[in-house]
Design a protein around this ligand. Structure first.
Ligand SMILES: *Cc1c(COP(=O)(O)O)cnc(C)c1O
Length: 450
């Protein structure tokens, strides 16, 4: 009855990922080739992705088996625990029940290895020798470095320059797992050199780093590109989070009224929410709330339009909520939430009113993170703390109304590599950036004309 951690045995770990594509009320608009603006086919993606992932991107199979070798590696940290946040509930004096799924339990400290391991596995199976990728705050780079090392692949990581300097320990972590880490924009690629000519001090962005990594993969035979979020197959691999959480809640006879999670590109939010979206489409009464930073308010302030996935216009054009591919957000500490777009699956669901979104400034988000650390112990990643802020606000509303809601939070990672951000918060040096209305307006004038 009074359990704090709800644990699944390794035997209870899901054996298949949930693919929402066949269950979507509206099919997704197809991704378009950046040059021809025609729908991309498998042959367009083949230079940068292995065939199995290209297939998963458009698969209409509802359940996709998790390969044995991937499951074996997952067992290093999965199933992850589901916690009941009793002390947080008490601190908030709320009648709501708050559960959090803790993905910081993985060796790299976030949910990201769930897809990194799967992607490295399929690449290796198809004879690829090296993966190139980008990283913002460093979580994706460290997850892919970890996965590549375990599966025997080389790994090159283009790291957003602002984070490279703000978060040196993540670079060390990536190098510990054998990866080569390059600050982006760099002078190693055409797209990097072009940016540096225009702005030698450019702090970088995920969009720029993506361009560099895609160029690296496209120009090397033995190398493919790996993306840590946004794409359908990434959300697919992350559904293990929601599938486990559902089983764990069943064990204590519970079901969420509302789910909160942060959103950067949408993979962890998709991961926890899509198995529940299925229930919602079948008639369940459940709310799904994505929480983003005010400094990069993709869902709450962006437009739903076709836009380039990256700054250099090399990646496919996708239909999504976007702030414009030229938008460079303020260097907030939640580096993983600085992408200009969001996953097409989540954008489509948001556009249809099936998922909701909220945005918060970073100081109130850190205030929530500090409260959480002081009552629950775990120091949340700045990204995760956005979802936490949403959940805390909901719990406070429950206090007002007396409602005994069940809240499920995706605590996507720990913040032990983000202590400089906590230092800034504690010494009152953390800035709340204004909602960048004019910058967004300007960036939206550069959308491709379809
Ligand atoms: C990368 C990251 C995010 C944001 O990415 P999504 O694709 O939106 O999940 C959130 N939390 C943590 C801890 C991350 O590392």
């Amino acid at each position: 009855m009074d359990e704090t951690k709800i644990i699944l045995s390794e035997k209870e770990m899901p054996e298949a990922w949930y693919n929402i594509l066949p269950d979507l009320p509206k099919p997704l608009d197809p991704p378009l080739h950046p040059a021809t603006k025609q729908p991309v086919g498998p042959q367009d993606l083949a230079p940068i992705f292995p065939m199995e992932l290209i297939k998963q991107e458009v698969s209409m199979e509802r359940w996709i088996e998790i390969p044995e070798e991937v499951r074996e590696i997952y067992k290093l940290y999965r199933p992850t625990p589901l916690f009941r946040a009793r002390r947080l509930e008490k601190a908030l004096d709320t009648p709501a029940k708050i559960y959090y799924k803790y993905e910081g339990w993985s060796p790299p400290g976030s949910h990201k290895p769930n897809t990194a391991i799967a992607q490295a596995y399929y690449n290796k199976k198809e004879g690829v020798k090296r993966l190139a990728t980008e990283t913002g705050a460093g979580q994706w780079g460290s997850a892919l470095a970890f996965a590549c090392k375990l599966l025997g692949l080389e790994c090159t990581v283009y790291m957003v320059k602002a984070s490279y300097h703000q978060k040196p320990y993540r670079r060390v972590l990536m190098e510990t797992w054998g990866a080569r880490v390059i600050p982006s924009p760099s002078d190693l690629t055409n797209s990097g050199r072009k940016i540096l000519e225009g702005d030698p001090e450019c702090p970088g962005s995920l969009g720029i780093a993506i361009s560099e990594a895609v160029e690296d993969a496209a120009t090397h035979e033995d190398t493919k590109y790996s993306l840590g979020s946004v794409l359908n197959h990434v959300l697919l691999h992350q559904t293990i989070i929601g599938l486990e959480a559902k089983k764990q809640l069943e064990k204590v006879g519970d079901y969420p009224d509302v789910i909160f999670g942060c959103i950067g590109g949408g993979s962890s939010f998709g991961g926890i929410s899509l198995p529940f979206v299925k229930d919602k489409l079948e008639g369940k009464n459940i709310r799904l709330v994505a929480v983003e930073p005010t400094a990069c308010p993709t869902l709450t302030k962006g437009v739903y339009a076709y836009d380039f996935g990256d700054t250099a216009q090399m990646a496919p054009i996708i239909k999504m909520y976007t702030l414009g591919h030229t938008f460079v957000p303020a260097p907030i500490h939640a580096g993983g939430l600085r992408y200009h777009g969001d996953a097409p699956i989540i954008c489509s669901l948001y556009n249809q009113g099936i998922v909701e979104a909220e945005a918060y400034y970073q100081n109130p988000v850190f205030e929530a993170a500090l409260l959480f650390a002081q009552v629950e112990g775990i120091v949340p990643a700045p990204e995760s703390a956005h979802g936490l802020k949403g959940a805390i606000e909901e719990a406070k509303r429950c206090k007002e109304s007396g409602e005994k809601k069940t809240i499920l939070l995706n605590l996507t990672g720990h913040g032990y590599f983000d202590l400089s951000a906590y230092d800034n918060y504690l010494s009152k040096k953390l800035e709340d950036y204004e909602y960048p209305a004019t910058k967004i307006e300007e960036a939206l004038t550069h959308l491709p004309i379809i």
